[in-house]
Design a protein. Structure first.
Length: 338
């Protein structure tokens, strides 16, 4: 009986060593240690043995059991460590594979936000006209958002109603115009740049007012830049974005950072629609940016992006745009890029 146990233990240890994965180990475990396993079968016969033999056989059976258990544990740890080491080979995914056909149409895939889609379209047009795209911080200081843009301390744009002031005296930018100043500070003319980004105003919310929206700022500073250049650039942009038949007109208007200043209207559904502010960069603003107004001139314009998105897609409430509501977003799966 003791020989039989020894042979059984030796076979079990061989099989443990030969197991190539955790599933194979489980098979070995139940074959030897399970309820109907071989060690159990030996233990069950102990009662029939001569009383003198029972003690040594029982002890030997328990030792065999412990030896097999220890071997199983050790081999299991070994196999798991090996599997971990091979993870890079066994668990890799090809991140460059296209998504399964139909996944977007079925709504399971993501979609490009209509604001992002328009921003990309506009950036493409600007890039084709030789403009570069710039970014600026959302948290601005008083100087870049107001002071350097010739907005005096008592200007209504600084009113507590409009501006989100932070406790440290900084603010959330209320327009993209500070990017003009930052560009002038760090570059030399010619500067041809646009900034399409998020802006913030402390608005009373309704269907046409959000506190977080988007603007497209553009500016061109060089020698002899004129209003004619500005009209050409804006007309080219609007032809691409709205359509080739769109007509534009300029009305005199006032912004502290341009002189002269205008508003541009476009034809929309048989009527004029107010679209953007623009003008020739004010000499004070050029100076604040470190550019000599006697040598250089420039134009600048700023327009709301959300409004254009609403017109483009017939969205009736601006608050849908930043709501993050998938029921709203799922309408725009058609506007996806390939
Ligand atoms: N910054 C202005 C606004 O927020 C828009 C503007 C930009 C007007 C550049 C003129 C020139 O309304």
């Amino acid at each position: 009986m003791l020989d039989q146990l020894q042979a059984l233990q030796a076979t079990a240890l061989d099989e443990v060593r030969a197991a190539v994965d955790v599933a194979a180990l489980d098979v070995v475990q139940s074959a030897f240690l399970g309820k109907k396993g071989q060690v159990q079968q030996v233990l069950r016969t102990i009662g029939k043995l001569d009383p003198k033999e029972r003690g040594p056989v029982g002890r030997a059976a328990n030792e065999a059991k412990q030896a097999i258990e220890a071997a199983l544990e050790a081999r299991k740890a070994e196999l798991l460590a090996a599997a971990d080491a091979n993870l890079a080979e066994t668990e890799w995914v090809d991140a460059t594979l296209p998504p399964p056909a139909g996944s977007r149409a079925s709504g399971r895939g993501g979609s490009i936000h209509p604001i992002t889609a328009l921003v990309r379209d506009m950036e493409d047009v600007f890039l084709s006209m030789g403009f570069e795209t710039l970014d600026g911080p959302w948290v601005e200081d008083d100087h870049h958002n107001f002071g350097a843009l010739n907005i005096p301390p008592d200007h209504p744009a600084r009113d507590m109603q409009d501006t989100y002031w932070l406790t440290d005296g900084n603010l959330l930018r209320t327009h993209t115009s500070p990017v003009q100043v930052r560009a002038m500070e760090t570059r030399k003319p010619p500067i041809r740049a646009v900034c399409l980004g998020r802006i913030f105003r402390n608005e009373e919310l309704d269907a046409t007012h959000e506190n977080t929206f988007h603007q497209c700022e553009g500016f061109f500073v060089d020698r002899d830049v004129s209003v004619g250049h500005m009209i050409y650039v804006l007309e080219s942009l609007l032809h691409e974005i709205i359509g080739p038949d769109v007509k534009v007109r300029l009305r005199p208007s006032y912004f502290p950072f341009v002189e002269p200043g205008f508003e541009m209207d476009v034809t929309f559904r048989g009527d004029w629609m107010e679209l953007l502010g623009c003008g020739m960069v004010h000499p004070y603003v050029l100076e604040a940016g470190g550019i000599d107004p006697n040598e250089y001139s420039g134009f600048a314009f700023g327009m709301g992006i959300d409004r254009l998105v609403m017109v483009r897609h017939g969205v009736e409430d601006i608050r849908h745009l930043m709501s993050g509501d998938l029921r709203f977003m799922s309408q725009f799966t058609g506007g996806l890029e390939g």
